[in-house]
Design a protein around this ligand. Structure first.
Ligand SMILES: *Cc1c(COP(=O)(O)O)cnc(C)c1O
Length: 217
């Protein structure tokens, strides 16, 4: 699908949900994609991108930014504490705050450098042992603690279990965000972004539907 097609589908989903056009931010997930494919999307005017590895993002985006200085980069993959500083200087948003140690590390670095990317707290809505994120039952406390650290918490993020109905997870995430007064909802990928928008997504993370399949070597 082209970028235009995806944007049209997002607009239709916004309208259907009685939301204004442009309410939803499309994060084009460019992990593993070739520079040529990324360049093509940049040249169409899109500026919001997502990467899941700090290393890969650091190797790729500084060069693109020499030409496109208004790139808005979102980190959407698990973040090691020892990569927090690099992540914070590279990205405008981090979607995967998921543990106290990372929260205090980010808070300390933010004090030091005088800025902090927008933060989303990842919630493991499916309670999958192998998946990152705070458990739904721990979310309220974790959110309050993170806000108490003066961190710019914009909202919550989830990756539903592959084999379950994603809507249940989107609804749960929206409920947790709502009762904690958080407006941002990072949810929805290539296969389910329309239902995420119906349930209030403010940020959808779409990779393969824009760029084509990821080819790992
Ligand atoms: C890769 C990835 C996406 C995009 O997945 P697609 O199915 O290609 O749209 C979204 N979110 C996260 C966290 C990812 O790692």
């Amino acid at each position: 699908m082209s970028l235009m097609d995806i944007k049209e589908r997002i607009n239709r989903a916004e309208t259907k949900a009685n939301r204004p056009k442009g309410d939803v931010t499309l994060i084009a997930v460019s992990k593993v994609q070739s520079n040529a494919r990324v360049e093509a999307i940049l040249s169409e005017g899109h500026r919001v991108f997502g990467e899941n590895k700090v290393q890969e993002a650091a190797g790729k985006w500084p060069a693109f930014r020499e030409t496109y200085n208004d790139v808005d980069l979102h980190l959407i993959g698990p973040l090691q504490t020892n990569k927090a500083r690099q992540a914070m200087t590279l990205a405008q948003a981090i979607h995967t705050l998921d543990r106290p140690k990372l929260a205090t590390t980010i808070a300390r670095i933010a004090q030091e450098i005088g800025s902090c990317p927008d933060l989303f707290i990842q919630v493991n809505t499916g309670e999958e042992p192998q998946k990152a994120g705070v458990l739904p039952s721990d979310a309220d406390t974790f959110i309050k603690d993170a806000i108490a650290l003066d961190l710019p918490i914009k909202g919550l993020m989830c990756i539903p279990p592959a084999e379950e109905e994603p809507s249940l997870h989107f609804a749960l995430l929206a409920k947790i965000a709502g009762r904690n007064g958080l407006a941002g909802l990072s949810m929805g990928m290539s296969g389910d972004f329309e239902s995420a928008i119906a349930l209030g997504a403010t940020h959808v993370r779409v990779g393969s539907a824009i760029f084509g399949d990821r080819v790992y070597d």
